[in-house]
Ligand binder design. Structure first.
Ligand code: BG6
Length: 491
């Protein structure tokens, strides 16, 4: 199967930092279908060779293990092409169409590709104009797929507007909306855990589960992205998409098949079942924070307000913790706590499923309820915490001790694992939609966060400060303690 992959925003950060290294890995692993061409389009004038040079240099900034040797790069570079493009000019789209429709032998192809993937790695405000122009140029036929990078919109209204344009030009089955968390092997494992095993399902409900905690902690700050981040904030950047996607995968009903729409229908049902926020419940159940100077991993780091390109006095949140419920028969009354933040104590994404305590304890000593810790990153694994008898003799020997079953998926599946972007790019080329977000899912997620955005707009008290290197503002602990629970690291 031959393919053409076009990157709009071909010189941008996302392209050289994530997409090209991912493609190179796919190339190195022999996963990229034969007969492919990769075309980067961007504003400035460059030749193919100049673009190849640009990418070659940028590779020096990615992980050493992912860098190509000279020989590998020379072979990979043959796939790379460049076109200067003004995204508002119809004739530039016509030229792109000619390039796609009439490949030349020296580009390694004599007939049009079986599949054309148009990857919009630009700022989302350009999505409507690019889609409209693509439609006008006839670049929306059946062999075409369009990949839309997040953030897709800034709120419900803008997301709807973008989706309306996308839908007016492409069929839903041609639209691949990225949430790169879905491409992570550890996140795919959530479905495998729940629907590939009979073991958990009978327990996966309110009768057995006391609460569920989803944490996506980052140790990094906003780095050089201060201006983008300040317009976005943690709620839009992480909760509306990554954290909610994790929640849907934990809470969804078993889908009838593994088809993209069967899965997405169930995820949508979860989003529709989330308890809606009101102004009062935002006050009570949502904590926003902003980091102050502190130290992370032994290094002193500045506060958010001192990061480059962050406006003076910004009220942008770099931390969110919230409590919600999934209002259906399976989950009624079970709190779901979501938490994410920059400059927290470590890079650590995990989900904790806290089970209810035994109904009638007969052993002496402290009883810890069972819990399942699903580790998403940096490690990918599973810990099942149980109580066991030590078997020793003497005073207090009848007391139980906590032990854990520990599975390390990185070790178990050492070879053959692929990174998130590599996986998603290969899926887009192959036309597999399972790991992409449907427009209704996305709009529903926006609809759910919208009251939080509105309440914050009217709230005279900005985000609560927290020290870089901590686990966020103390109010985040209070949020969970109110229900009689603790975050994982406090237990
Ligand atoms: C991106 C956010 O979607 O995800 C970033 O825009 C964040 O702010 C990143 O750092 C986290 O991704 P990962 O894969 O490093 O956990």
């Amino acid at each position: 199967m031959s393919f053409d992959l076009v990157f709009f925003g071909g010189t941008g950060d996302l392209t050289w930092r994530k997409l090209m290294p991912a493609l190179f890995q796919a190339f190195r692993h022999g996963k990229l279908p034969e007969g492919g061409r990769i075309l980067a389009v961007a504003r400035d004038a460059r030749s193919d060779d100049e673009y190849r040079q640009f990418i070659r240099q940028r590779f020096d900034e990615v992980d050493a293990a992912k860098r190509p040797s000279d020989d590998e790069f020379a072979r990979f570079a043959q796939l790379l092409h460049y076109q200067q493009m003004d995204l508002s000019q119809p004739e530039h789209y016509a030229r792109l169409k000619r390039w796609l429709d009439e490949p030349r032998a020296e580009e390694g192809r004599t007939s049009p590709a079986d599949t054309v993937v148009l990857y919009l790695a630009t700022s989302p405000h350009l999505f409507p104009v690019i889609c409209e122009q693509l439609g006008t140029a006839g670049l929306n036929h059946d062999r075409i797929r369009v990949v839309l990078e997040k953030p897709l919109g800034h709120d419900l209204d803008s997301a709807r507007r973008i989706n309306a344009v996308v839908r007016s030009v492409f069929k839903e089955s041609q639209a691949f909306r990225i949430d790169h968390y879905l491409g992570k092997p550890s996140v795919q494992n959530l479905s495998a855990l729940r629907f590939g095993n009979a073991f958990f399902e009978p327990l996966w409900r309110r009768e057995s589960i006391a609460n569920i905690q989803i944490t996506i902690a980052e140790s990094l700050g906003v780095g050089t992205r201060g201006d983008f981040y300040d317009r976005t904030g943690a709620l839009r950047d992480m909760i509306q998409n990554h954290a909610l996607q994790l929640l849907t995968m934990i809470a969804m009903e078993p889908p009838p098949t593994a088809d993209a729409d069967a899965i997405r229908d169930e995820k949508l049902k979860v989003l529709k079942s989330l308890k809606p926020f009101t102004r009062e419940s935002v006050q009570r159940d949502v904590v926003r924070g902003q980091y102050r100077a502190g130290s992370v991993g032994g290094q002193a780091v500045p506060g958010y307000l001192d990061e480059s390109k962050v406006p003076t006095g910004s009220r942008c949140e770099t931390f969110v913790a919230l409590r919600t419920e999934v209002q259906n028969w399976r989950w009624a009354g079970v709190p779901f706590y979501l938490r994410t933040g920059k400059r927290l104590a470590g890079r650590d994404a995990h989900i904790v499923v806290n089970f209810r305590p035994v109904p009638h304890p007969i052993f002496a000593g402290v009883h810890q309820a069972n819990k399942l810790v699903i580790k998403l990153q940096p490690e990918d694994g599973l810990e099942l915490h149980l109580m066991a008898a030590k078997g020793s003799v003497g005073h207090g020997s009848e007391a139980l001790s906590p032990v854990s079953l520990d599975l390390d998926f990185d070790k178990a599946f050492a070879s053959g694992r692929v990174g998130a972007y590599e996986r998603l790019l290969l899926d887009a080329i192959a036309g597999r939609l399972n790991l992409f977000v449907r427009s209704d899912e996305q709009e529903q997620a926006w609809a759910w966060v919208e009251p939080i955005l509105q309440a914050w707009n009217q709230d005279p008290i900005g985000p609560r400060p927290y020290v870089a290197g901590s686990w966020g503002p103390p109010a985040a602990s209070a949020l969970v303690a109110r229900d009689g629970f603790m975050w994982e690291e406090e237990q």
